[in-house]
Design a binder for this molecule. Structure first.
Ligand code: GLU
Length: 304
């Protein structure tokens, strides 16, 4: 497979579309990101890494961090987690309060904000410093020591994230948050603010393409079954309420974030990450989704 040539083709085709998306502005700090950035990287399970465009430039991972917090929570709590969070697509915006009310405070899945707050609470209950544990976990997965929070982004969201704050208090009122809402929110906002590049995200997620084991080190992160569970959840819940359209077009499990990144996994083959800050109306990167669609079309590789 000539990945470098395929990535170059995609870069040429997709770059003009970057301007069509709209950069997220509800977190003020994200509004300042130039909309014309585009990067894409692939990391194969046999160790090759390919990239194009701004694939080494760090961006705000936002909801992509939910992949790593879920992984840690599965390590710590395993099946007990599912008493507090569901495993169904939400069919609603990622920050909706309505569904949470109707369903008595049990979030539909770990990839919407309410679900991620519960996942963060599960980590906090078991490890005192959830904030840095998640950062250090990602650093270890990548073998890169200087991955860190973007504090300007974290503080920006701390100042303006009233909906997430409402959600955390709502969860608390239903008895589905053990910790203090402020503490859970602080960890959650920091996880979302992690700054990583496409290359780093691909490397960090490669264990999901390799049955739960980091190929380079042989370290087991999750059991093979748990890796399957995470990938299944990514396919059914990872790309907001456009998850059906994403699966139809791309055919890979993936997680998007409002920073414009999308991380996707092809079991037994590779992880792939794309970044373009302009979003579509569901909050998925517009050019990023298109790039992944072209990638599975041109390679002929998807899970289907
Ligand atoms: N920090 C963002 C929020 O909580 C993450 C949203 C996202 O990327 O989906 O609103």
């Amino acid at each position: 497979m000539d990945y470098p040539a395929i990535l170059e083709d995609i870069f040429r085709e997709v770059r003009p579309c970057c301007a069509r998306g709209r950069v997220a502005t509800y977190i003020p700090e994200l509004a300042a990101v130039p909309p014309d950035r585009f990067g894409m990287a692939v990391h194969t399970v046999d160790g090759a890494v390919y990239g194009v465009g701004e694939c080494a430039e760090r961006f705000s991972v936002q909801s992509i961090s939910k992949v790593f917090t879920l992984t840690l929570a599965m390590q710590l709590a395993d099946e007990a987690l599912w008493q507090r969070v569901g495993r169904e697509p939400s069919g609603n915006p990622f920050n909706s309060l309505v569904q949470l009310e109707v369903e008595n405070g049990k979030p539909r899945n770990p990839f919407i904000n309410a679900g991620a707050l519960v996942v963060t609470d599960v980590i906090l209950a078991r490890l005192a410093d959830a904030k840095h544990t998640v950062r250090d976990f990602v650093r270890r997965l990548c073998g890169v020591d200087d991955i860190d929070f973007d504090l300007a982004v974290a503080h920006s969201e701390q100042r303006t994230g009233h909906r997430n704050k409402a959600m955390a208090h709502f969860l608390k009122s239903f008895g589905n948050l053990d910790g203090a809402p402020e503490v859970v929110l602080d960890a959650y906002f920091h996880h979302c603010s992690l700054a990583m590049s496409c290359r780093e995200l691909c490397t960090a997620a490669l264990f999901l393409a390799n049955g739960g084991v980091v190929p380079a080190s042989g370290d087991r992160v999750l059991s093979a079954s748990q890796a399957k569970y995470v990938n299944s959840l990514l396919l059914t819940c990872g790309t907001y309420d456009a998850v059906g359209d994403f699966a139809y077009r791309v055919g890979l499990p993936g997680k998007s974030g409002v920073g414009g990144g999308i991380l996707a996994v092809m079991p037994k083959r590779f992880s792939v990450c794309v970044w373009s800050p302009g979003l579509d109306e569901h909050g998925n990167s517009l050019a990023g989704t298109l790039a992944l669609e072209l990638f599975t079309t041109k390679t002929g590789i998807s899970i289907f």
